[in-house]
Design a protein. Structure first.
Lengths: 318, 91
């Protein structure tokens, strides 16, 4: 009985989604200095290495920024209204961000994801009440994209958030991440390094930083091949190319081998006290390669999430 | 023949095929036969002699690491799947 009343009261709130305190905590993440790791890899003293600790976002990853902006933009232009279902494909973090924000704002969230996402991720998504549709693990994240497109075409009553093609994704970083990095380095940033997944982080942050100072070198990073263990990153040459990806934007493109990211994840945990996810470790590996070639400079990279969602991976024990 | 299902990103290195029929009575022998048929696959799957740590091989939905590894026996009509660990395994 009580439960019925509770559910009814929740329903009546659906007509007026209001920004929660949770949402005000999205962004403004700390910029950490990784001098110990930099020194261990021979980065010159005149070069400082910094990283945005994106797990400080409420759902635990950088994806809160894009998910919040996608939802707000869709509400503003009338694509998303109370009672509707948000649909998208995800390999994890974006889904978790949608699921958290959807629960807080009263939207149902339906996600397509490859069947081989980690048990941790599935448990988190289910805890937030998201509806999950698993796709063939052999098809990877592209298989989930294709299925989301199919579902969107089949049922137009849903809002298809389409993170790979929605400009609200990169704009979230243009209006937040890029400005934060500029301010937190007091305008001293000389190099920006970020991994490519949807490419939203790299695209938005780079466009903003270049407005502040066109001389900042912006370097994109991706897996070294189509078959890799770098969760959340895309090998652009072989994957379905995101509509928001601009392959002319980067000053330089770098690649990282999965094993190097694993090594860096263990090292950051043990030598720096930073327990980060695999794509974060790949970003640090790449940023260190960039920093090592400089005589002086301020290198900034992005750590999309921490390591908790990767605990079932074997590499921590290797 | 045992069937090995190939994930999309590796198909270009397996002659564009989504499945390859292989021989061999164990997982190790079956994978060896696969990489002999399609040598370009080897660098993606192995680091030296060792299966790369994000590469999982499933025998009829079971991760062979939790069976008998490369020595796990496979029968004629079994299906093996090669799946990258996005994080963890097949649920």
């Amino acid at each position: 009985m009580l439960s019925a009343v509770y559910h009814q009261s929740l329903r009546s709130d659906l007509s007026a989604p209001s920004p929660s305190n949770l949402e005000s905590q999205v962004g403004n993440t700390p910029l950490l200095q990784l001098q110990r790791t930099a020194a261990a890899f021979g980065v010159p003293e005149q070069v400082s290495l910094h990283a945005k600790a994106e797990w400080f976002n409420p759902s635990g990853s950088i994806k809160d920024r894009a998910a919040l902006n996608i939802i707000q933009m869709a509400e503003q232009n009338g694509q998303l209204a109370p009672g509707m279902t948000l649909l998208d494909s995800t390999s994890g973090n974006m889904g978790i961000a949608y699921a958290m924000l959807g629960a807080a704002r009263g939207y149902k969230v339906k996600l397509t994801l490859p069947q081989n996402v980690s048990p941790e991720r599935i448990a988190i998504l289910q805890a937030y009440g998201a509806q999950l549709i698993f796709t063939d693990p052999l098809e990877g994240s592209d298989g989930a994209i294709v299925e989301a497109r199919r579902l969107a075409a089949e049922d137009s009553s849903m809002f298809y958030a389409n993170q790979y093609n929605n400009s609200a994704n990169w704009q979230a970083h243009y209006t937040t991440t890029g400005i934060e990095i500029w301010k937190q380095t007091e305008g001293q940033v000389t190099h920006f390094v970020a991994g490519l997944g949807t490419s939203g982080t790299f695209t938005g942050t780079t466009r903003r930083l270049r407005e502040f100072n066109p001389a900042i070198r912006c370097i994109s990073m991706q897996p070294d091949g189509p078959f890799n263990g770098l969760e959340g990153l895309k090998h652009m040459q072989s994957a379905l190319k995101p509509g928001i990806y601009d392959d002319e934007l980067a000053d330089e493109n770098r690649t990282v081998r999965t094993e190097d990211a694993y090594m860096m994840a263990r090292l950051l945990a043990q030598n720096e006290g930073l327990f980060v996810g695999v794509s974060a470790a790949a970003a640090v590996f790449s940023a260190i390669e960039v920093a090592s070639q400089l005589k002086k400079g301020v290198v900034v990279t992005v750590l999309p999430d921490n390591g908790f969602k990767y605990l079932s991976e074997r590499f921590w024990k290797e | 023949m045992t069937t090995i299902r190939i994930p999309t990103p590796l198909r270009p290195y397996a002659g564009g095929e989504s499945t390859v029929a292989v021989s061999g009575g164990t997982v190790g022998a079956a994978v060896d036969d696969l990489t002999q048929k399609h040598p370009d696959l080897r660098q993606h799957l192995f680091d030296g002699d060792k299966l790369r740590s994000f590469v999982n091989i499933y025998l009829n939905q079971e991760d062979v690491r939790y069976l008998n590894g490369a020595d796990t026996e496979v029968a004629e009509n079994d299906t093996l799947m090669i799946i990258p660990s996005i994080a963890g395994g097949l649920n």
